[in-house]
Design a protein around this ligand. Structure first.
Ligand SMILES: [Zn+2]
Ligand SMILES: [Zn+2]
Length: 137
């Protein structure tokens, strides 16, 4: 993916995006924030998201993202559970439970195969019409 200028979703400044979505300054700030959150969770086993936010002053958005990424799954005693976005089963990382994730992946693969088949059909059709044009010249 090519780098392009984008407005940082954190501070709004223009920066060269490498696919992260935020500028290097905000990235560093988020890394610091994540370190703080991880340290707090390690020292306060069984704490809730609200407690983490209140104690560290870090936005719930960042804490929730870390949970989704499974950043606390290797910290003993850290249990942040939330419902699967599809069926509501309690999970501790990702957006979906295992069975929904498997279903979504299967759907995605089927979709991609369909898209690839469509693209191949379009390409063949395009080549065919080009041949006709060239033939007329
Ligand atoms: Zn920024
Ligand atoms: Zn589910």
């Amino acid at each position: 993916m090519a780098n392009k200028l984008k407005n940082c979703s954190g501070c709004g400044r223009l920066y060269l995006d490498t696919g992260v979505g935020i500028c290097p300054d905000c990235q560093q700030k988020e890394l610091d924030a994540e370190d703080m959150v991880a340290a707090y969770v390690r020292e306060n086993q069984g704490c809730t998201v609200a407690e983490v936010c209140a104690a560290t002053g870090i936005s719930e958005k960042i804490v929730r993202r870390m949970i989704r990424q499974g950043r606390f799954s290797n910290i003993p005693g850290a249990e942040f559970r939330y419902p699967c976005a599809k069926c509501g089963e309690m999970i501790d990382h990702g957006d979906y439970c295992f069975s929904c994730q498997r279903q979504i992946t299967a759907d995605l693969v089927a979709q991609q195969q369909k898209a690839m088949a469509n693209a191949a059909a379009r390409k063949t059709a395009g080549m065919y019409s080009m041949d006709i044009r060239n033939g007329k010249r």
